[in-house]
Design a protein around this ligand. Structure first.
Ligand code: MN
Ligand code: MN
Length: 472
């Protein structure tokens, strides 16, 4: 035996036995690259059209109706290939394409969320101090507060009037619209402030949005800037100050989705978490004709604050929709759920070499390595994770590999570094086998998040594989 033969044997063993991850660009075909660009172009439009969950629902319904979906009505008789949707209070939406099999065989579910971190206005938001007018905010979701200062903001939402009318507000995304901002301290005077720990340096009560500075003319009273702002709002929307009480107005970053990098391989935008997976799930559903198993896409609200509330994944709105579909076939909901399978389509953290200390590289997701699968999420000892079973992970490996999807295994960060959750546990609690799967994100929860185009496209392909599969 020569050394050369030994080396060959080593090589053979490595090839046969070792698991080595590979950059998706070394695995993707030319055809897929072209499809990826076109898919990502559509995704950027979706992002620009949907800065809040309500706007995402509207855009989803428009796309679905253009693809032949109609609003579900209780008692509707459905046949294989029928396409229906139900909107939950304007903030969440469920869509289904009926399969050839009966619902007693279970359904394939892709569940993503369409709410994103932002700054909500308080219910008594408008005030004036030192001749400047501001909105008080209460931030929504987990955010690093300093990132939301000294950037342009838009205002989106609704004002619900006592009359029952609901006024839509969208300021900042139109051509020539004014925008808003939260002012930060100048470095010249920041020496003392810079000594504070980050957790104390930016109190939530300081996230006050500058909304005006021009006092009402020919007026002697105080609050001349505030009353001038109210006058503008009244003339544009017909509202008075008290109407803020029943308003949901959110300040969101005034950024459009843009290609990032000389090679345009990434997309920077507000709200990738989790619109990137919501769009992948939706597009995979819209392209279906008549699947074997019924395919369901759930786009939920309130994930960023714990999936609570009537429009969150813990709400029975999902069960009621599924129960209605089951009733049409005389099927028991529990029977349907226990045979169903769900991909909880949510983003994961992408390994960031600038913050390497919080990641565990062997188990981190990398940009351009494809859709990230998370067996478990949670924090500090898998707390609050659904922790999918080995069999579930094996099933997903199989369907993704058979479909030629580029995917990777992912864990958020180091065990003791922190953690996060998704809707996965709420699906699993319904007795539905569930696995987390989604796009790795850089700068997650920042006003401008970054993702790899390859991972966006492969997550879409992964959702297509889910909807084509026959169940475990
Ligand atoms: Mn998320
Ligand atoms: Mn999130």
């Amino acid at each position: 035996m020569t050394d050369k033969t030994e080396l060959t044997r080593g090589k053979q063993l490595r090839q046969a036995l070792s698991y080595r991850r590979k950059n998706g660009y070394d695995r993707i075909s030319q055809g897929d690259l072209e499809a990826m660009e076109s898919y990502c172009g559509q995704y950027k439009q979706f992002l620009d059209a949907g800065k809040t969950e309500r706007e995402c629902v509207d855009r989803t319904v428009a796309l679905a109706e253009a693809a032949g979906f109609r609003a579900y009505e209780r008692g509707m008789q459905l046949k294989p290939g029928d396409r229906v949707y139900r909107v939950n209070r304007g903030k969440a939406v469920m869509l289904a394409v009926m399969g050839r099999q009966g619902l007693e065989q279970g359904v394939n579910i892709a569940a993503a969320h369409i709410d994103s971190p932002r700054l909500d206005l308080k219910q008594n938001p408008l005030y004036e101090t030192d001749e400047l007018a501001y909105f008080k905010t209460h931030y929504y979701g987990g955010l690093r507060k300093y990132q939301w200062m000294a950037i342009p903001l838009e205002l989106h939402g609704v004002v619900a009037l006592k009359s029952g009318d609901v006024i839509r507000v969208s300021v900042g995304d139109g051509e020539g619209d004014p925008r808003f901002t939260i002012c930060d301290l100048l470095p010249h005077l920041g020496a003392e402030h810079a000594k504070k720990p980050l957790s104390e340096a930016f109190p939530g009560e300081n996230l006050n949005i500058l909304v005006g500075s021009r006092p009402l003319a020919d007026d002697e009273d105080s609050d001349r800037v505030k009353i001038a702002v109210l006058d503008l709002l009244n003339r544009k929307y017909g509202i008075v100050e008290e109407d803020f009480i029943s308003a949901e107005l959110s300040a969101v970053p005034a950024f459009k989705a843009d290609d990032i990098g000389f090679d345009r391989s990434l997309i920077g935008a507000y709200g990738h978490d989790d619109r990137v997976c919501a769009f992948a799930s939706l597009m995979a559903l819209l392209q279906l004709e008549t699947p074997e198993r019924t395919a369901v896409c759930m786009l939920a609200d309130k994930e960023e604050i714990g999936s609570e509330g009537v429009s969150g994944m813990q709400s029975s709105a999902f069960d009621v929709f599924m129960e209605d579909l089951c009733a049409g076939q005389g099927v028991n909901l529990g029977q349907c759920f226990e045979k169903s399978f769900c991909l909880s389509a949510d983003v994961t953290a992408a390994y960031d070499p600038n913050f390497a200390e919080v990641y565990e590289k062997r188990n981190s997701a990398f940009v351009n390595y494809g859709m990230g699968l998370c067996k478990y999420t949670g924090a500090r000892g898998k707390s609050s994770a659904s922790d999918a079973s080995a069999e579930v992970v094996a099933y997903v490996r199989r369907i993704l590999d058979e479909a030629g999807v580029v995917w990777q295994m992912a864990e958020l960060g180091k065990v003791d570094a922190g953690g996060g959750g998704t809707v996965a546990c709420y699906m699993a609690n319904r007795n539905i086998d569930t696995l987390d799967a989604g796009v790795p994100v850089l700068s997650m929860h920042a006003p401008f998040e970054t993702v790899g185009k390859l991972d966006c496209y492969m997550t879409y392909r992964g959702m297509c594989a889910l909807f084509a599969a026959l169940g475990m």
